[in-house]
Design a protein. Structure first.
Length: 284
């Protein structure tokens, strides 16, 4: 892992960001707004634009995380969120042909988990879950020291499990406030910081729902560490207590005694995790 020069690309719904990663250190980040309504080729041009600024003869591989389902073996991207033209893009084949380097493609939540596992608070932990809580709810699974993505790259889609009258994402993401109460999440956060009782109660409710989600995750994967990322983790102090109150009702108390929940401290886990796709593949 030492001194490997890798490119990590974080392709979002509105922006693409990339950097060269060497042993957890990243170069200056290059970014560009995605032409989200453009053709497949126009969006590919945005990807090329970033990689072209980073590529050198010393780069060993390229990793890219995308907000979609991925055929990991073939590197085919399907139905990218908020980029309508990307229905089926053979991204690995396209990039390998252009740059003559190994290319690894995976889901962005999986990249978050890998970034934490190799460079963040998940170092030296064999089994962990990276849980991203932003506008939506996403997760990546590290099992026995490797990323577990499932046969269709769909493992960890806990957000889609039925919960109450919707699913877990409806109640456990930053959209909870808008979904249930018609309120802007940023306003609720500001009010909570000012000690507003109503806003604090709303975060208590969010924490209760998230605690139920974590119980479901624990019954499924019995992990030792969950790392929370995404914008909502900034409000952790407001929902931590309620979350743990629900987790404490878990059916196997000894498992909960050993469970750790931490918030991410990585500023660029998506880029780092995309680069770490190379390490995960090498260690299989």
């Amino acid at each position: 892992m030492k001194n490997e020069k890798l490119i990590g690309i974080d392709l979002g719904a509105t922006n693409i960001r990339g950097a060269v990663v060497i042993d957890g250190d990243i170069s200056e980040i290059k970014s560009r707004r995605i032409n989200a309504t453009g053709t497949e080729e126009q969006v590919l041009d945005d990807v090329f634009f970033i990689i072209d600024q980073l590529i050198t003869d010393e780069v060993k591989a390229i990793g890219i995380g995308v907000p979609s389902v991925v055929d990991i073996k073939e590197g085919i991207v399907y139905d990218v969120q908020h980029i309508p033209s990307w229905k089926e893009v053979h991204l690995k084949q396209i990039l390998e042909a252009r740059y003559q380097l190994p290319v690894f493609v995976n889901n962005d939540a999986n990249c978050f988990a890998l970034g934490e596992h190799y460079f963040g608070k998940g170092k030296d932990v064999d089994n962990m879950i990276g849980l991203t809580i932003g506008t939506g709810l996403g997760a990546g699974i590290i099992a026995n020291n490797h990323l577990y993505a499932g046969i269709n790259c769909g493992a960890g889609e806990f957000c889609m499990v039925d919960y109450l009258d919707h699913n877990y994402e409806f109640y456990c993401s930053g959209s909870f406030f808008q979904n249930v109460y018609g309120l802007n999440g940023e306003d609720v956060f500001k009010n909570a910081k000012n000690g507003d009782k109503q806003a604090l109660q709303l975060y208590h409710e969010l924490g209760t729902h998230l605690g139920n989600a974590i119980k479901m995750i624990m019954y499924t994967y019995d992990t030792e560490l969950i790392i929370l990322g995404g914008s909502v983790q900034l409000a952790y102090v407001f929902f931590e207590k309620a979350m743990w109150q629900r987790i404490s009702t878990f059916g196997f108390p000894k498992s909960i005694e050993q469970l750790q929940i931490k918030t991410s401290a990585l500023a660029n886990s998506g880029i780092l995790g995309a680069a770490a796709l190379y390490f995960d593949a090498e260690n299989l």
